[in-house]
Design a protein around this ligand. Sequence first.
Ligand SMILES: [Zn+2]
Length: 454
Amino acid sequence: MRIRLLLLLVASHVSPLTSHVRAQVSDSHRANASRLIAAATRDSAAWNRIAKLSDTFGPRFSGTPNLDRAIEWVLAEMKQDGLEHVRGEPAMVPRWVRGQESAELVSPRRQMLPMLGLGGSVGTPPNGITADVLVVSSFDDLKAHAALARGKIVLYDVPFTNYGATVQYRGTGAIEAAKVGAVASLIRSVTPYSMRTPHTGGMRYDSTGSKIPAAALTVEDATMLHRMQDRGEKIRLRLKMDAQTLPDVQSHNVVAELRGSEKPDEIVVMGGHIDSWDVGGGAMDDGGGVVIAWEALRLMKELGLRPRRTIRVVGWTNEENGLRGGLAYRDAHATELDNHVVAIESDGGVFRPVGFGFTGSEAARAILKDVIALLKPVGADTLLPQGGGADIGPIMQRGVPGMSHVVDGTKYFWYHHTDADTPDKLDPVEVSRNVAAMAVVAYVIADLPEKLPR
Ligand SMILES: [Zn+2]
């Protein structure tokens, strides 16, 4: 250590008596950040890995052989990369099976409508449900027309404003529709843009109401049905869904590390989720998040950069329809959580990087400002007020500070949870800049002279 410090001081021409020794971010960090950025952006290695993962295994839905095989492949590759303590950590995950499904417009004319059942939905009877449709534009609108809803298929035609607001209709639309006597619940896909592509996603029931089938139509068809209703036309649909929930099965969180040189028990954890929905290739949701964290660690290893503290990369399982990976991580590492310096999640796509969001103390935020400033060369130098992520939520509730990797979000929800979440949408240069962002942030935080304050 002493030799390394001396070399760094010589290399950076800084006397130990200057104020620099008190700064958390040192000239050696600046030099190593430059090396990581150069290594990350010299080629398309990360994009290639996302494409390989997506193309080889297809959708990686919880409880499927696709996901099991993908996890095995990632673990084998991580070992090949020379990463340390590579292992799968067990988690029991739900198994929802979509089966055959269809939506057919019966009146005022006949047409098959592209649709996707929502994850967790019950199926219809074998012959489907044929019923009149009531289109509403909000929960308030449903309440105002509650008397008309009995025996009907309710369709929520709710324009996308932001994900958090609009996704309420996917999550709880079936509960509210069942309360007013509807026989099925449909949503307009949760997206700001559509090429007649339906978007799936999670939904839930409450314990008291009846469970009615729930599915998503495209923006094009939801708005068309709404126009038909406005014209006074009678709309009738036939919905068929074989969806069912089977017993839980075993899955695994993917874990790899670079052990710290001085304080190996102090941990910076970062990653994304290895599972995806059962459509598309899970390239951006969230193959990209897993791969950029993994590549960041691989580059540190390749450059011989071993920070003072341990960096642990995790590909959490079952984020999409259960969050069991995040919960299993919290439980398996309960005694370590006080030593978790920060948790960093990437689950917003791997488009042009912007920076990071952070939830933690003001003292930590002040230090992180200096860390993030190192990412100016790749445009990821903005520190935003709130950080976190679904998978790191359970450990943040136990006091671990959280960061979210933030990118330009313009296009993410165009492809989110659809058959179009594939590698061609991602730009290798942008992906490589995200690797640089994850690498620099994790490395410097793990190597700070003092532990990031809580
Ligand atoms: Zn995701």
